[in-house]
Design a protein. Structure first.
Length: 434
């Protein structure tokens, strides 16, 4: 049964991956057709074609390797300086440029002269190239808001799951009381399992972060109001100082864990799954995007650790980059853990959300062959042409993005090497949620 659940998780992730890629390419396809650009192919995946059908002028298909996708648009690059589509050269760099130019015209048909990608105004080309990543962002937001506002997330609440009988410094990492340990303030004051704390020193509290901050900031007498059997009861503990984990501005425990002195009451909060409001979900989405941007920026710094975890004796960090294989393994593990079905579903949805956010952020990098590289080329062309008009100079014409293809091959090579490194790490030393 465990093996079947593991395989089911991998299959579900593969389907989610295919949908995300197809949705991305649909953004490019729909806007390209909207602006009259001919699109001979719409493909999900790479490698040999598994299935395809031609509808109208476009061939739609699925390929064997679900690691990406593409649409083929006619005339991605303008003709060369001599007006020719093809020009041979002994220079390998020049050959790269002309091979890319020739490939963008290889399916040119009579009447396509007015349906070329490069002939569209820069703002239209920006929309076509931005539409793909934007669709991933839309899908991520839909999955995130849908799961958070209907199913919710598991989090700490103000309900009491248990009461510590004595004060134990959390840095000691022990659970049993020893001789000489003082009685905990919560136990002495009569706090009970099942109580829900609704106010602290007269201030209403409805979430764990607020309550935790009040407790940490208080040493000495306090009034804790709880709901117990439908009635409100005031308790009067005297909080003491204890060594507790340090938290950041977002209320998350700082890693690696460091301990600081703070107020201590002495109880364990109950975790519950609860839907979030629209405002709370929006805040979480903004945090997710900010963390994504920081992760992309920090990616080069994580490569040495990833290499050491793969080919050395280093440990795989929790925030280590994970590829498609690693994400599939995580999804397989997720299906086998002992947790409520709603919790597993929410975690699965979050994996798809993070995948789509990553697709959006990576594709927006202003580097060819990524979508952001074509966007940058179109914006540069617009700037050149507007500047020429302002200074009454001749129109410089379309910007020849094909001239950047040597750099694009270098970027593609770097991404391929990084992908292979992540793949090796996911196989040799995978990230595990258990």
């Amino acid at each position: 049964m465990t093996v079947l659940l593991y395989v089911l998780g991998i299959v579900l992730f593969a389907l989610g991956l295919l949908v995300s890629i197809a949705w991305h390419e649909l953004g490019h396809l729909s806007t390209a057709k909207l602006f009259g650009i001919r699109v001979p192919q719409y493909m999900v995946g790479f490698g040999p074609t598994v299935w395809s059908r031609k509808r109208g002028e476009t061939e739609y298909g699925i390929k064997a390797i679900p690691a990406g996708g593409y649409i083929r648009m006619i005339g991605m690059f303008p003709p060369g300086d001599d007006g020719r589509i093809e020009a041979r050269s002994t220079s390998p760099w020049r050959s790269m440029i002309e091979d890319a130019r020739e490939a963008s015209y290889e399916e040119l048909e009579p009447g396509d002269e007015t349906r070329l990608f490069y002939t569209r105004r820069p703002w239209k080309r920006v929309i076509v190239m931005f539409a793909g990543p934007f669709m991933n962002l839309v899908l991520a937001a839909a999955l995130f808001f849908g799961s958070m506002m209907t199913l919710g997330i598991e989090g700490q609440t103000t309900k009491v799951a248990g009461v510590q009988k004595c004060v134990i410094a959390q840095s000691e990492q022990r659970e049993t009381c020893a001789a000489g340990d003082p009685v905990s303030p919560a136990y002495k004051a009569g706090l009970r399992e099942g109580d829900r704390i609704v106010a602290f020193n007269g201030t209403p509290v409805s979430d764990w972060d607020t309550l935790s901050n009040h407790i940490r900031d208080t040493i000495g007498p306090a009034t804790v109001t709880v709901e117990r059997a439908g009635q409100r009861v005031d308790l009067h503990p005297t909080l003491v100082s204890n060594q507790v984990p340090k938290k950041d501005a977002d209320g998350k425990v700082v890693r690696p864990v460091t301990y600081i002195p703070a107020g201590y009451l002495g109880f364990a909060s109950k975790t519950e799954v609860a839907p979030l409001s629209f405002g709370e979900t929006t805040e979480h989405m903004v945090d997710l995007m900010e963390n994504g941007v920081r992760s992309v920026i920090a990616l080069p710094a994580k490569i040495p650790g990833l290499w050491d975890a793969t080919f050395g004796d280093g440990e795989r960090a929790e925030d280590s980059p994970v590829g498609v294989v690693g994400a599939a393994r995580i999804t397989g593990e997720l299906m086998t853990i002992e947790a409520p079905p709603t919790t597993i579903l929410v975690m699965f949805m979050q994996l798809l959300v993070m995948f789509n956010v990553s697709l959006f952020l990576f594709n927006m990098l202003p580097l060819l062959p990524l979508d952001g590289g074509h966007i940058a080329g179109a914006l540069w062309e617009s700037l050149r042409r507007h500047t020429a008009r302002i200074f009454k100079r001749p129109d410089p014409g379309p910007f020849d993005v094909a001239k950047l293809m040597p750099a694009a091959y270098v970027v593609a090579g770097v991404f391929v090497c990084f992908t292979l490194l992540v793949l090796a790490a996911d196989l040799v030393n995978p990230v595990k949620i258990t």
